[in-house]
Design a protein around this ligand. Structure first.
Ligand code: HEM
Length: 378
């Protein structure tokens, strides 16, 4: 529950979920996200990311990618009142509080042992502070006038019967769902691309990105290697260690030859689905974007892809997340080469945070080298 409200994310009843989804789904379709005014917001924030990362000799992309994800998803929710956390100030403090906390275990405990809520208030006071900060931001942004036509806020405000607290709670869920998911996946991806073993892959991506000329009507979404790199990163690092539970319909179901009674809870998680079957994903722990360029086996690969879930509960932010990833990778790898920074000593081990999976030390320092400078020097 978000501030006491049951939103799209938490609606259990099918009909209730359907009504909530239909109300806002058009904001997040692929066509809606690819509109130029939405893309402009993402592009602007991607450029801000590059500016921030190229100021010094090394940049902690863990931090800036979370800023980027917050700035993009808040623009989608409230533009022109989206955050500009990459540029610093109070909004970057919001990221410092949101993306470095350990409150998820507390949420689970609170769900199962609600009578201990006063104890959590004392132990997790710092986490409550970050939640208040985000709430205040969302509340004031929702109450502003003249949101852009593409925003979630403008759609929700067409439904005054929902009431302001409920609208704010819905936006908070989307913002919460859109930060660590996109931020962490991009972080693992950029780290992997920066390893010497992937020099050729990074080079191939850069070369493809340099063929992209929007002034000639080219589309980022049509670049095959960029698409393959993103798909592979979602296979390996989308937050997928948590099982996604579903109730079996009342009349039961046969799953893999077993009868499962109605009302039972079944679940699956992408981490396993994306690795288990080596006939579909050979070298399944390895980073291999090329596999997505092969026509052979594509149906089987797509069938096992579960990064955004499946069916009626599929991630509503899927196209937004993918677009954010495209714009970010374009802004970086069309102009820069990345490698691990000399002062990077932190662990990039995947650390399960129940709903998401982040780098263990929450630090990822990369060096950005200008391709232009490199080519004039050589
Ligand atoms: C790499 C990025 C992302 C990944 C891997 C991801 C993954 C997921 C998954 C697996 C679900 C399904 C949960 C379930 O079945 O119960 C989900 C649902 C959801 N996601 Fe995402 N997500 C991402 C980005 C985003 C973004 C940017 C938004 C912002 C709008 C978002 C908003 C939501 C919402 C509101 C739901 C609930 C949908 C529903 O129940 O109908 N996600 N996401």
């Amino acid at each position: 529950m978000q501030h006491g409200h049951r939103n799209l994310f938490t609606a259990i009843d099918k009909k209730e979920h359907n009504v909530k989804k239909r109300r806002i789904a058009d904001r997040y379709t692929n066509t809606a996200v690819l509109q130029s005014n939405v893309q402009e917001q993402l592009r602007e924030r991607a450029e801000a990311f590059v500016n921030a990362c190229t100021r010094g000799t090394s940049a902690d992309i863990y931090f800036y990618l979370h800023c980027y994800a917050l700035d993009c998803v808040s623009a989608m929710a409230f533009h022109p009142y989206g955050t500009k956390s990459i540029d610093g100030g109070a909004e970057s403090e919001m990221v410092r509080r949101l993306s470095y906390h350990n409150s998820r275990p507390a949420l689970v405990l609170r769900h199962y042992f609600p009578f201990l809520k006063y104890l959590y208030g004392v132990v997790f006071r710092r986490n409550m502070k970050h939640s208040n900060m985000l709430f205040e931001y969302a509340w004031s942004s929702m109450n502003e006038a003249s949101h852009s036509d593409f925003t979630l806020a403008s759609r929700l405000l067409e439904h005054p019967e929902m009431g302001m607290p409920n609208m704010v709670a819905e936006c908070l869920d989307h913002i919460g769902a859109g930060i660590d998911t996109t931020g962490d996946t991009l972080c693992f991806l950029m780290w992997e691309l920066s390893q010497t073993r992937n020099d050729q892959k990074q080079k191939r991506l850069s070369e493809e990105l340099q063929t992209y000329h929007p002034e000639n009507g080219d589309k980022l979404e049509s670049l095959p290697y960029l698409g393959a790199v993103i798909e592979e990163s979602l296979r390996l690092w989308a937050p997928g260690t948590q099982s996604l539970p579903r109730y079996v319909p009342n009349d039961g179901r046969i799953i893999d030859g077993y009868h499962i009674p109605g009302g039972a809870i079944v679940s699956a998680q992408s981490f396993t689905l994306h690795r288990l079957d080596e006939t579909v994903f050979p070298n399944s722990w390895g980073f291999c974007p090329e596999r997505w360029l092969e026509e052979n086996g594509n149906t089987e690969r797509q069938r096992l892809m579960f990064a955004f879930g499946a069916g009626a509960r599929t991630c509503i932010g899927k196209f937004l997340a993918i677009s954010e990833m495209r714009q970010l990778l374009y802004a970086v790898y069309s102009k820069y080469r990345t490698s691990p920074a000399e002062d990077m000593h932190a662990s990039m081990e995947m650390d399960d945070q129940l709903l998401t999976t982040r780098p263990k030390d929450m630090i990822c320092k990369l060096k950005f080298t200008s391709l232009e400078l490199e080519s004039t020097e050589s």
